[in-house]
Ligand binder design. Structure first.
Ligand code: PEP
Ligand code: MN
Length: 340
C-alpha cells in the first residue's frame, strides 16, 4: 500500500508516519515529489493497522497496491526514473542509442565498430562476451577477454558500455570492465541471477523473457530492486508468437503499458525482435514514436561474416542512415538526440 501525504506535509509528520511503519516491522520507500510525498510500504501488511495510520497528521490517503511488484511500481514512485550509465544516462528527455555487435569477436572489430557507432550518434556500446546460444556448437563468446576489449573501446571512444551476463562469475568480471550489465531474455526469470545483479549495484538492462508477460517482467525487475539496486532499465525485444515471418513479434504496445505501470526507463530492441536488418529501421522509428527512452541495435562491420546474428545486423551505412532518420522523430517526441 502507499500513504499519500497532504501537499506541504511537514518533515516531522512524514517522520512520524515512517517511524510508525518501521516499528511495525515493515519497510518504507519514500518518494518526494514537488507537491506531495508518497510513502510506499513493503512487507507483511497484516502487521499494520490502516485505521491507525489514518489518524496521523498530514496523511491524505491510503491506497492499496494490488500488484505484487512494489518498488518497480509507478504508484510507489510516480516520477520517471533516470538511470546513469557511465558518462551518459537513460531516461526522460533523451533518446539513448546502444549499438554494437551481437558478439565481441576481435579487438580490431570492436574498436572499428565503436568508432562508427559513436560517429552516428550512439552513446552506449553493446557487445556480447558471454553468448547464451541456442546451439552448444555456436560461438559462445570471448568471455573476460571480450570484456577487456570493451574496456579498451570505451577508453578509445568515450562511449559507455554494456555486456550481457549469465552467471555470478560474469557479473563480477563485468563489474571490472563495463558500465552496465544486461540480463538476457533467456535469463529473465533466473531469480538467483536477478538477486546477484541486484547485489552488484551495477546498472542493469533487463530484457523481456521470450514468453513472459509484462507482469512477470516487472516482478523480475522487482527482484533486482528489492536487493537495493534501483538502477534497472527494461528492454522489449519481442516475444514468441505463432508468427514465423519475423524472429519474434515486437510487442510495441508494451511501451505505453509499461509507462503506465512503472517508473523505470524503457528501451526497444528492433534487432532481436525482427531478426532481419530490413525491418530494423521501421521498428526503430515506431519505437521512438511509442515514446521509448532508447534503442538497442546490432551493428557489424561485415554482417555477412558475423559470428552471430549477422542477418539482423546493420552495416555502418545503414546504421548511420537510420540515426539520421530518427532525429526528426526524436524532435517530434520532445526528446534530444545525444551527440558526443
Ligand atoms: C543480446 O542482446 O545479445 C541477446 C542475446 O538478446 P536477447 O536476450 O534479447 O535474445
Ligand atoms: Mn544478438
Amino acid at each position: 500500500m502507499i500513504v499519500v501525504m497532504k501537499p506541504q506535509a511537514s518533515e516531522p509528520s512524514i517522520h512520524a508516519v515512517t517511524k510508525y511503519i518501521e516499528e511495525n516491522g515493515l519497510q518504507i520507500h519514500l518518494s518526494r515529489g514537488e507537491e506531495v510525498t508518497i510513502i510506499g510500504i513493503v512487507g507483511d501488511k497484516s502487521r499494520l493497522s490502516t485505521e491507525n495510520l489514518r489518524v496521523f497528521k498530514d496523511v491524505d490517503r491510503i491506497i492499496p497496491v494490488t500488484e505484487s511488484y512494489k518498488l518497480a511500481n509507478r504508484k510507489f514512485h510516480p516520477a520517471p526514473t533516470t538511470v546513469k550509465v557511465g558518462n551518459t544516462s537513460i531516461g526522460p528527455g533523451n533518446l539513448t542509442i546502444m549499438a554494437g555487435p551481437c558478439a565481441v569477436e576481435t579487438q580490431e572489430q570492436l574498436l572499428c565498430i565503436a568508432r562508427e557507432v559513436k560517429a552516428a550518434g550512439a552513446t552506449i556500446l553493446r557487445g556480447g562476451a558471454y553468448k547464451p546460444r541456442t546451439s552448444p556448437y555456436s560461438f559462445q563468446g570471448l568471455e573476460e577477454e571480450g570484456l577487456k576489449y570493451m574496456q579498451e573501446a570505451k577508453a578509445a571512444t568515450g562511449l559507455s558500455t554494456i555486456c550481457e551476463v549469465v552467471s555470478l562469475e560474469a557479473i563480477e568480471a563485468a563489474g571490472k570492465y563495463v558500465d552496465m550489465i544486461q540480463i538476457g531474455a533467456r535469463n529473465m526469470q533466473n531469480f538467483i541471477l536477478l538477486k546477484e545483479a541486484g547485489q552488484s549495484g551495477l546498472p542493469v538492462l533487463l530484457k523481456r523473457g521470450l514468453c513472459s508477460t509484462i507482469d512477470e517482467w516487472l516482478n523480475a525487475a522487482e527482484y533486482i530492486i528489492a536487493e537495493g539496486n534501483p538502477n534497472v532499465v527494461l528492454c522489449e525485444r519481442g516475444i514468441r508468437t505463432y508468427e514465423t515471418a519475423t524472429r519474434n513479434t515486437l510487442d510495441l504496445s508494451a511501451v505505453p503499458v509499461l509507462r503506465e505501470r512503472t517508473h523505470l526507463p524503457i528501451i526497444v530492441d528492433p534487432s532481436h525482435s525482427t531478426g532481419s536488418y530490413k525491418y530494423v529501421g521501421p521498428m526503430a522509428r515506431a519505437a521512438v514514436a511509442s515514446d521509448a527512452d532508447g534503442l538497442m541495435i546490432e551493428v557489424h562491420n561485415d554482417p555477412a561474416h558475423a559470428l552471430s546474428d549477422g542477418p539482423q545486423s546493420l552495416n555502418f551505412a545503414k546504421f548511420t542512415a537510420l540515426t539520421e532518420e530518427l532525429k526528426p522523430f526524436c524532435h517530434l517526441m520532445g526528446r534530444s538526440f545525444h551527440e558526443q
